[in-house]
Design a protein around this ligand. Structure first.
Ligand code: SF4
Length: 316
């Protein structure tokens, strides 16, 4: 691990200002992804700004009838919160499908959104990777790409986003709140928060340099049946091959988002109009434009069948 300096943040705006001042600075909270990346020298921050002392660990109702989740709320606490379990069951289920109990105890809401891909080549410094080193090439295209994206990728990168929580938040239309080094705040709809790779796969979100996530807000509850189904190679402690987050209303309308298929949580609102016609019609809209490889074309069938199972469960 490379040597780095360290400071404890005193306020969110001060943390953002410190990150703007210090070259090569990174924020750290749970550290469940960052520390692994530092040990492999994939991330080599010169300076760490520790956010753990900030009062960003609360879950509070909003004036609009929704919920404001502080950036430092741990995944375990969010999944177990009574109002989340009652009104946003989709989010609770997605959180509990992710990682292990120990990791969820440490991992934060903001860190979960910002976790890096689990593309195996990203973690191997001996392999070319445009996300790790822009312009180096992509070992996954033409290599082992079974777990990678069938949608939203490109010639530079076909990595998937690994978060379960973010898929549920996409279906719920969450909004990410931030503060910038000059103290200005911003609200970014989750649909616009994660970027597709294009020619710059190393830029993964809409955050500006040194901009800090302070909270995620959820709109007022949607009701309906809320389900999260994750399909993976082993029963626990594994990332999604595909996942389906669904909110289904008694009249058959609803929302669907997918995980494990694209560089960001994948939702196509127009496809949701097809929900009363069944999984095949919805999947056709969600997967329009898919460019699978020979190794991961199975994901297209898996999405349709998993969505069918989720809709049948919602109906039951
Ligand atoms: Fe790197 Fe993306 Fe290619 Fe994986 S898919 S090797 S993360 S550029």
């Amino acid at each position: 691990m490379k040597v780095f300096s360290y400071e404890r943040a005193t306020s969110p705006a001060a943390a953002a200002a410190a990150a703007a001042r210090a070259k090569g600075a990174k924020f750290i909270a749970g550290g469940t992804n960052l520390l692994d990346l530092m040990k492999l020298e994939i991330e080599t921050p010169a300076h760490l700004i520790d956010l753990n002392g900030l009062a960003l660990d609360r879950i509070e109702p909003t004036a609009q009838g929704g919920l404001r989740i502080g950036a430092l709320v741990r995944n375990t606490d969010l999944a177990a919160h009574p109002q989340v379990r009652r009104d946003y069951g989709l989010l609770s289920r997605a959180l509990l499908a992710g990682a292990s109990g120990q990791l969820r105890n440490k991992a934060t809401t903001a860190g979960n959104l910002l976790q890096r891909t689990r593309c195996p080549y990203f973690y191997d410094p001996d392999q070319p990777c445009n996300k790790r080193r822009p312009g180096a090439g992509c070992a996954a295209i033409g290599g082992f790409n079974r777990p990678l994206a069938v949608l939203g990728g490109g010639d530079a990168c076909i990595a998937t986003h690994p978060s379960d929580m973010a898929v549920a938040m996409r279906a719920l239309d969450a909004v990410v709140e931030t503060v910038q080094p000059d103290g200005r705040t911003r609200r970014i709809p989750i649909a616009d928060f994660h970027r597709l790779p294009g020619d710059t796969p190393h830029i993964e979100t809409a955050l500006a340099p040194a901009e800090l996530i302070t909270a995620v807000t959820l709109p007022k509850p949607l009701g309906g049946v809320q389900l999260y189904r994750k399909v993976r190679d082993r029963a626990s402690y594994a990332f999604a091959l595909i996942s389906v987050a669904a909110v289904v209303q008694p009249d058959g309308s609803g929302r669907v988002a997918l995980g494990g298929v694209a560089p960001k949580p994948w939702r196509v609102e127009a496809a949701e109009a097809e929900l009363p016609r069944g999984a095949k019609a919805v999947a056709a809209g969600l997967l329009a434009g898919a460019k699978p490889t020979a190794q991961n074309a199975f994901k297209l069938t898996l999405v349709e069948r998993t969505l069918g199972a989720v809709l049948a469960q919602a109906k039951a």
